[in-house]
Design a protein around this ligand. Structure first.
Ligand SMILES: *Cc1c(COP(=O)(O)O)cnc(C)c1O
Length: 487
């Protein structure tokens, strides 16, 4: 037994192992707790092995030779083992990736990328205390809505405004606060479903409002609304056909026409706009409505997303008549769908950029990417092909800059096609026997240290440069070299 005690005593102490430079450095970069836990699990394992052997020996009354002779690692060896384990551990589950899909607001890749000022504002709100609900002038409790309300009013011309978690929440809260128990009239052509299970009839049911469908899929006239109004009607709802268009023999009732009916009947006109635009992007092929224009045309309340064409954080904004916004703010559901401080900070920073529309176009990545011209994308793609061709380690692959078609994404402007440029990658003819395939390369790119998401078409990989940020190009090159080296 004495041997075992000796073995146990000779296991290096955790503190001692933690002092070894390599491990100390890793702990410094990552988490010290995790490093200590890793070392402790190694020493515990040794201890168990020794104790089990001791127990076995005790029962058998004899030692069974060499197999019981433990080789106790030194502190350096343990540090080495722990470091190897720590380095092998997968990093965070939510990871940064490079979006080379050409879909600007890619829902699966997190939609809008925030402008620098918004990133900084969100980080500051996260890392420090703030006046989130504190009035600095009076030293009293303040409102979290205050940070975005004034700017939203200024940009859109609305009487009042508020922010919630996302547009789905804005619509749910609005219907709950304004029309629960009442009928809400909606055109059959506007019973929208957005990817991810936002369906107008479902949201309506959830809010306690009763959906009153009118018209037909392709035609809904003002008379259809008028005929449907009863004393149990609570609101007229217009929903923007965000992700589809109806063409041909059509008739849509406009906001101006709804405003008239609203005035005749005393009913509020609510507008779920989907993607919120503050400036018209028609000249860039983006056929989407503008918030201020919708209010001017007659909507009493407009609701829209923060992270679609607006280019901000995930949020839902409601702007319009103060009386309606107040009802939403006071509704119990408001608390359940309220935005957090990081979102408010980021939203305020993005909205501030819109006070100067040209600055917004320049600094908001979503807008900059959507409006990027084919020529500038082509120049970047061609320069990138040159640097790829001059890099070692890309043998067996052929690179080219080719025109491609991109999309705004985010379920907005479904018909819009943005003419862009991509770097394409395909196996060289003579090496096609060597097993290089675009599918393998695509997979290797997804598994790179900084994963790259792209698409395959016509037997090639397409890396669209519209959604690759110029400052990301070095990292894209690294990931590509890493992936080709793996083939
Ligand atoms: C996108 C969209 C929504 C949902 O907005 P989120 O911000 O994604 O919750 C609701 N209505 C319409 C018309 C939309 O286009």
């Amino acid at each position: 037994m004495d041997d075992y005690r000796e073995y146990l005593r000779s296991i290096p102490k955790v503190d001692e192992v933690m002092k070894i430079k390599k491990l100390a450095d890793l702990a410094e970069q990552g988490s010290r707790t995790e490093a200590v836990e890793t070392v402790r699990s190694l020493t515990e394992k040794l201890r168990h092995q020794i104790l089990r052997a001791a127990a076995d020996t005790g029962t058998n009354g004899q030692k069974s030779g060499d197999s019981r002779a433990f080789c106790i690692p030194t502190a350096e060896e343990l540090a080495e083992q722990a470091a190897a384990l720590l380095e092998k551990q997968p990093g965070a589950h939510l990871r940064r990736v490079i979006n080379a899909t050409g879909v600007v607001l890619h829902t699966n890749l997190g939609r809008a990328v925030l402008p620098e000022t918004a990133v900084r504002a969100a980080a500051e709100a996260a890392g420090f205390s703030s006046n989130l609900e504190y009035d600095l002038d009076n030293g009293t409790r303040g409102s979290r809505h205050a940070h975005v309300e004034e700017i939203l009013k200024k940009i859109t011309g609305a009487e009042a405004a508020m922010a919630v978690n996302n547009n789905a929440a804005a619509v749910l809260l609005c219907l709950s606060a304004i029309a629960a128990g009442k009928e809400v009239i909606v055109s059959r052509g506007e019973e929208v479903e957005i990817g991810g299970a936002f369906r107008v009839p479902d949201i309506m049911r959830q809010s306690g409002a009763i959906l009153k469908e009118i018209g037909t899929t392709n035609r809904t006239k003002p008379e259809d609304y008028r005929d449907a109004v009863t004393e149990n009607t609570g609101a007229l709802l217009k929903v923007h056909k965000s992700n589809y268009r109806i063409v041909g023999f059509t008739r849509e009732t406009t906001l101006q026409e709804l405003k008239e009916i609203g005035q005749e009947t005393g009913l509020p006109v609510l507008y779920d706009m989907g993607s919120g635009l503050f400036t018209d992007l028609g000249r860039f092929g983006i056929d989407e409505p503008v918030v201020s224009a919708a209010l001017k045309a007659g909507a009493d309340l407009v609701m829209f997303s923060g992270d679609k064409l607006l280019g901000g954080p995930q949020a839902g904004f409601a702007v319009g008549k103060k009386e309606l916004i107040d009802r939403m703010k006071k509704h119990p559901l408001a608390r359940a769908v309220r935005v957090d401080k990081m979102t408010i900070a980021a939203a305020e920073a993005v909205l501030r950029l819109y006070l100067d529309p040209e600055k917004a176009m320049r600094e908001i990545p979503a807008l900059r990417q959507i409006t990027a011209g084919e020529d500038s994308l082509r120049a970047r793609a061609e320069a990138f092909v040159k640097s790829l061709e001059s890099s070692a380690g890309t043998k067996g692959w052929r690179f080219a800059a080719e025109p491609c078609e991109d999309k705004p994404g985010g379920g907005s402007a479904p018909a819009a096609v943005l003419k862009g440029y991509a770097v394409t990658v395909c196996p060289e003819e003579e090496s096609s026997g060597s097993g290089n395939t675009p599918e393998q390369l695509e997979m290797a790119l997804r598994q790179a240290a900084l994963p790259v998401i792209c698409r395959i078409a016509e037997g090639k990989l397409w890396l669209s440069f519209r959604t690759v940020r110029p400052e990301e190009e070095d990292r894209l090159l690294e990931s590509l070299l890493e992936a080709t080296a793996r083939q």
